[in-house]
Design a protein around this ligand. Structure first.
Ligand code: GLU
Length: 289
């Protein structure tokens, strides 16, 4: 059991490329706040549910690069693809609350539906995950759904956002920068929680994992700030613990652009091969040892 006062943080990279300086900053930021010297714990989680993009060689490289940087983590690494049953159970729970529906729309059909309802391309309501779903399949009858499934049409499971918000009322979380922050999950519309090829979405898996791993402080880049609105809602619906949040600034290259996995030059590997020491790489990420 985690003592009430112990800070538990995590670093949760997706093995879809090599770690770069932005990750060094993020990992060291989390590790510093979950430091054992301050009575904390720091966990590592591999977010590999996107089977089309995740690759075992990137996972191995992540572990090796973090070790080279001198990072250690507490307990075993949690690999999401080993825990699909946990996400399935969460989906079953939401289903039993009547909050999920199958959606058979393709991306193309969603776009066509939105355009038909008269939105000019620059006016299309956007959620942090893309265009807000117009709700086409929400009104389908159970018979229709059964038939589409029997025909083998691929489908996603969407959360009925209006019903979900109604079930739990207004919510908030404690944010390091913004203090008490009201959750506004409605900006996502009927968010996808599972797809045929990715049976648990990022939002679902992260919310379940942070709870199961006893994370008390989620640290991650501010590009994921909006995701916290929907994570807070899932916590309430699934009766999961609510951690505090610290959305940190994103480290940028000298020109101001964000580091990305496709920029080969700033990966930890490339820097290491170019002769940099781990202390120098930490320093480049603004995290001097
Ligand atoms: N797996 C996500 C990423 O690599 C981070 C998720 C999180 O920290 O919540 O961007």
């Amino acid at each position: 059991m985690t003592p009430a006062s112990q800070t538990v943080t995590r670093f949760a990279p997706s093995p879809t490329g090599f770690l770069h300086l932005g990750h060094v900053y993020s990992a060291l930021f989390a590790a510093g706040l979950g430091d054992a010297k301050n009575g904390g714990r720091f966990l590592l989680r591999i977010e590999d549910i996107d089977a089309a993009r995740a690759r075992p060689e990137f996972e191995a490289a992540i572990i090796e690069d973090l070790a080279w940087l001198g990072l250690t983590w507490d307990g075993p690494v949690r690999r999401q693809s080993d825990h699909m049953d946990d996400y399935r159970a969460a989906l079953d729970e939401l289903q039993s609350q009547g909050l999920l529906y199958s959606c058979f729309c393709t991306r193309k059909e969603i776009r066509a539906e939105i355009e038909e309802s008269g939105f000019a391309p620059h006016d299309i309501p956007q959620s942090p995950d893309g265009p807000v779903y117009p709700g086409t399949c929400r009104a389908m009858t159970d018979d229709e759904r059964r038939q589409r499934r029997a025909e083998g049409t691929p489908f996603a499971l969407r959360l009925d956002m209006e019903a979900a918000i109604k079930a739990v009322g207004s919510l908030a979380w404690t944010d390091a920068d913004q203090g008490e922050t009201a959750a506004r999950p409605e900006i996502f519309g009927d968010v996808v929680l599972a797809r045929k090829d990715t049976p648990a979405s990022y939002h679902l898996a992260v919310s379940v994992d942070d709870h199961l791993q006893g994370v008390t402080l989620v640290t991650r880049g501010e590009d994921l700030f909006a995701a916290t609105h929907v994570h807070r809602l899932l916590q309430a619906l699934l009766r999961l613990d609510t951690p505090s949040y610290h959305h940190h600034k994103l480290l940028t290259a000298d020109g101001g652009e964000r580091f990305a996995k496709r920029d080969k030059s700033e990966t930890i590997r490339a820097l290491r091969e170019a002769g940099k020491t781990s202390a120098e790489v930490r320093e480049m990420a603004g995290m001097a040892p």
